[in-house]
Design a binder for this molecule. Sequence first.
Ligand SMILES: NC(=O)c1ccc[n+]([C@@H]2O[C@H](COP(=O)([O-])OP(=O)(O)OC[C@H]3O[C@@H](n4cnc5c(N)ncnc54)[C@H](O)[C@@H]3O)[C@@H](O)[C@H]2O)c1
Length: 303
Amino acid sequence: MEVSLDGKVALVTGAGPNIGSGIALALARYGAKVACNDVQLDAAKAAVRRIERNGGTGLALYGDVSVEEDVVSNIGAVLEAWDRIDIVINNAAWLHTSHILEEDLASFSRAISIAVNGNFLCTKYAALAMIERGIRGSIVSILSSNAWQGAAGFIAYATHKGGLANFVRAAAMDLAPYGIRVNSFTPTAPRPDNPELLAQWRAEGRTELRPPRAARADRPAWWRDTGTYDVRGQIPMGEPATPTDIGHCIAWLCSDYARLITGCDFVVDGGARAKYWAYTPNAEAAAGPVPLIPLDVTEDTDG
Ligand SMILES: NC(=O)c1ccc[n+]([C@@H]2O[C@H](COP(=O)([O-])OP(=O)(O)OC[C@H]3O[C@@H](n4cnc5c(N)ncnc54)[C@H](O)[C@@H]3O)[C@@H](O)[C@H]2O)c1
């Protein structure tokens, strides 16, 4: 029994070097041909180079997922290249930190437009292409813990991720009669593992994707600071997931083994989200999971 996406064609939006590239690589390693969209063409090209280094087939596409013509043109390019589309991963988002008292309408609307309009447009046009070809495909929206819980400083992000949690269920109902499945995946601050990204961080002296931001100097006297985050120490199994872990799960979810799974959310987080809110795990005492099965078999030469 082998999970295989052989013969399938995928589109991953926002295929930047962290989660998008990881999912794109996974789909390719499991056998799919993968189109990598990004509003930064260089990021899409880097994701394709990574796929090709690992023996897969990719296609880099420039496109803003919130712009209808770009989405139509991206889907058209996929169909022109490979004549079908079986899988869409709605991954593009603007991880925009914003406190409700400091957020402005333009940023709030932009963040929501990328996520919500992007998911809507990519799902709609990909589903139409699948239906025209009789393809019973799989669409996955990438959410966040902020879809399910409140965290200070993420008002726009929490709004669109939370909205998408129910977009997935509603789209699953609309598309169920066509055999098209719609699910979500909820990452929980995975530890990046793209060798190219890690090499870049080493060169820049960085250890985290988003280092804590310095406090603003212009805050009013009445400002009250919010709490802090510990994204590495709250994991019952003692180890954060990686984009590779996410990729394995999504590849399986997009395979025919998952043929009746629709309207569901998936998480790979060592128990982080199942945890009772007041419980702090002793991560250091945990045996840890079994070793990760790698997907990027190229050398991390800088390491
Ligand atoms: N990194 C995390 O800790 C984390 C946690 C939970 C959820 N997520 C979610 O996972 C997904 C990927 O996260 P990431 O950390 O890899 O993000 P990232 O910011 O590194 O990558 C997002 C990519 O989307 C692209 N993009 C932005 N706007 C776009 C648009 N309008 N059209 C097309 N592309 C666009 C960006 O250029 C970038 O390459 C996002 O949906 C994010 O919200 C991330």
